[in-house]
Design a binder for this molecule. Structure first.
Ligand SMILES: [Zn+2]
Ligand SMILES: [Zn+2]
Length: 178
C-alpha cells in the first residue's frame, strides 16, 4: 500500500506512542490553519466549538469518543457541553473532511491529509495500544470505486477499518517472549 502523502514534517502516522510532541503542536496548528482556510473558501464558519473540537482531536493521536471530547473542551469548572452540540460540531468536521469517524471505536480522529471528505481511506487500528494509522492506495480507491459502480451505488463516506496489532506492539510481544 502506498502511504498517504506525509504532511510537511514527514510525520504521517498517528500512533499513541509517538514522542514528537513539538511536531504534534505544529501539526495541529497547520491542521487548524488549513481548516480555517477551507471554511473561508466554502463560505462556512469554523465556530469556537468546531475549532475546539478539532484542536482537541489534533492534540490526541488516538481516536476520541464524543463524550470524552465533551469533557476535554468544556470550560474548566463550567457546564459540560451538551452531547448534541458536540455531535453537531463533529458532523460538520466529518462532512468537511477535517475529521474521520471510526465506527468500530465509536470515536473520531483528526485527518491531517487534506483530501476530500469522500475519499476512500483505510485505518489500521491497533487493538493493543489503540494507535491508529490512516492509509490509502490508488488500487484500493479503484477497487472500491469499481465495486460501487457495479452496484450503481453512490458513496458518501468510504472508510475501511482494519483491526489488529501494530508493528510496535508485535515487536514488544516478540521481545517479551524471549
Ligand atoms: Zn484522512
Ligand atoms: Zn499497537
Amino acid at each position: 500500500m502506498t502511504k498517504l502523502q506525509p504532511d510537511e514534517h514527514g510525520h504521517a502516522h498517528a500512533h499513541g506512542l509517538c514522542q514528537h510532541a513539538h511536531d504534534h503542536s505544529r501539526h495541529a496548528a497547520a491542521g487548524l490553519a488549513r481548516a480555517e482556510k477551507v471554511c473561508r473558501e466554502r463560505g462556512l464558519r469554523l465556530t469556537p466549538i468546531r475549532r475546539k473540537a478539532l484542536e482537541a482531536l489534533y492534540a490526541d493521536h488516538k481516536p476520541v469518543g464524543a463524550y470524552d471530547l465533551a469533557d476535554r473542551i468544556s470550560p474548566p469548572g463550567g457546564r459540560r457541553l451538551a452531547p448534541i452540540s458536540i455531535y453537531r460540531a463533529l458532523d460538520f468536521l466529518v462532512e468537511q473532511g477535517f475529521v474521520h469517524r471510526l465506527s468500530s471505536r465509536n470515536a473520531f480522529i483528526a485527518c491531517p491529509h487534506g483530501h476530500g471528505a469522500n475519499e476512500a481511506v483505510a485505518f489500521l487500528i491497533c487493538e493493543v495500544c489503540g494507535g491508529v494509522d490512516e492509509d490509502s492506495s490508488p488500487a484500493m480507491r479503484q477497487a472500491i470505486r469499481g465495486m460501487a459502480e457495479g452496484r450503481r451505488f453512490e458513496t458518501s463516506y468510504q472508510v475501511v477499518e482494519i483491526v489488529g496489532r501494530c508493528e510496535h506492539c508485535r515487536e514488544e510481544a516478540a521481545g517479551s517472549r524471549q
